[in-house]
Design a protein around this ligand. Structure first.
Ligand code: SF4
Ligand code: SF4
Length: 93
């Protein structure tokens, strides 16, 4: 696998506001966040911190949009209840 120093060009963004159209979850890191709804207090910190807007609010619970989640782990790091765990893509959710 190449590092960022070995990749000759970065990607081009030709139109602003188009991130929603791309399936960024396709190149997620090898881990994905999984929410334990029983531990979740619906504080919404994960929703605020997610840099990709990949956490959705649905009534009184939050869900991960794996179509856009890149697996950065910020949500798991910031969750004060320990309700989000990063799991290997190979693990069952
Ligand atoms: S940060 Fe944790 S406790 Fe708060 S809404 Fe997200 S998953 Fe639930
Ligand atoms: S792992 Fe990163 S991109 Fe995915 S939901 Fe959490 S904060 Fe958002």
């Amino acid at each position: 696998m190449k590092t960022w120093e070995e990749v000759p060009f970065a990607g081009y963004i030709l139109e602003p506001g188009n991130a929603e159209s791309y399936r960024t979850g396709d190149w997620r890191s090898r881990q994905k966040p999984v929410i334990n709804q029983e531990k979740c207090t619906f504080c919404l910190l994960c929703w605020i911190y997610c840099p990709d807007g990949a956490i959705t609010r649905r009534e009184s619970k939050v869900e991960i949009d794996y179509y856009h989640c890149k697996g950065c782990g910020i949500c798991a790091y910031e969750c004060p209840s320990g309700a989000i765990r990063m799991k290997s893509e190979a693990e069952e959710a």
